[in-house]
Design a protein around this ligand. Structure first.
Ligand code: SF4
Length: 326
């Protein structure tokens, strides 16, 4: 998917960066509006994120604060040591109807930070302290942005020359090029068609995502499958059973590095805004339990959802590849 942006808001200090020039050339039909600071647009009060979904604007900015953060405790660390995420961009072109970004930001507009070299320097500083595990596609889906922004290539190139960095690029998108470096992990989030149709309407179909996974495998890339978030939907047992059967039939899991499983969860702080942004989404209207500052499904729902995927994958002999967020 290559998003078209009717408007590009451009921080004056971002003008001279090569990424800015490339993006302005790419979107030469967009109206460019000069701004002082991205927050003047991105954080403007009383935005209607639902209305903006039909016509998102792109904001090009320089990130002059911290760029790489400690990851949240509800994220799977795959047994890796120092676990960070990079805020390469903010917001996502896909707008899934359960996405925590809708609870975190009051807008659907997308910020791309163009001072890529500064991120790499900050990462190099972290690497001086030891090996780093970095999720670069976190407050966005860099795969979905890959036809717009050069960020994926930048992180891939950096990881290629920094073997102590293990890079995870997580996506629901269909990416068309892969590297086979052992420290670059392409993490594909897969969902049943019933979930895609209801809550991930702008993302590629399950078949398209599976085809993309198989392309990555064919290129000997490191592939991770993410069954996360599992969503409690009508007939979930039937849907997820059918789904896992399809995965087993269509992907050679012996060629997959690992598999993560987790149910929907969100910070309690974000849920009210998420519900406001997606008032018709049954995925976010569920009467969640609260645990340690997060809204989660009750324990029995979590264990039933996880059990479907886990049991089938264990039966098929892939129990040793599973990482489960209980
Ligand atoms: S693809 Fe991921 S980041 Fe993008 S809207 Fe969907 S859940 Fe959010």
């Amino acid at each position: 998917m290559c998003a078209a942006f009717s408007h590009i808001y451009l921080e004056s200090r971002a003008e001279d960066y090569p990424e800015t020039k490339r993006l302005l050339e790419k979107f030469s039909d967009s109206t460019v509006v000069s701004i002082r600071h991205y927050k003047d647009v991105f954080n403007r009060p009383a935005q209607d994120s639902r209305l903006q979904n039909g016509s998102k604007s792109l904001i090009l900015a320089v990130n002059d604060r911290k760029k790489i953060f400690d990851a949240s405790p509800v994220c799977q660390d795959f047994g890796m040591g120092k676990f960070y995420y990079a805020e390469s961009a903010m917001n996502c072109v896909f707008s899934c109807d359960y996405c925590f970004l809708k609870g975190m930001y009051g807008t659907s507009n997308v910020v791309i930070f163009v001072n890529q070299e500064d991120y790499l320097k900050e990462c190099e500083e972290k690497l001086k302290e030891g090996p780093v595990y970095l999720c670069a596609s976190f407050d966005t889906d860099l795969g979905a942005l890959s036809k717009v922004s050069g960020w994926m290539n930048v992180w891939e190139g950096f990881a290629s020359t920094h073997p102590d960095l293990t890079l995870e690029l997580r996506t629901k998108s269909v990416v068309d090029s892969f590297r086979n470096d052992p420290n670059i992990i392409y993490a594909f989030t897969l969902s049943p068609d019933e979930v895609i149709d209801q809550f991930e309407k702008m993302t590629p179909s399950l078949d398209a995502r599976i085809a993309c996974v198989n392309q990555a495998i064919a290129k000997d890339a490191q592939v991770r499958l993410c069954f996360d978030p599992l969503i409690y939907i009508k007939n979930f047992e039937l849907c997820y059973n059918r789904f896992v059967d399809k995965i087993l039939q269509s992907i050679d899991l012996t060629r997959v590095r690992d598999i993560s499983i987790g149910t929907f969860r969100i910070s309690s702080d974000y849920l009210p805004n998420l519900r406001k942004a997606c008032p018709d989404s049954s995925a976010v209207l569920f009467p969640f339990d609260r645990e340690d500052g997060f809204c989660v499904y009750p324990a029995d729902v979590r264990s039933r959802l996880i059990g479907i995927i886990k049991n089938e994958l264990e039966k098929a002999g892939y129990g040793n590849k599973l990482y489960i967020i209980p």
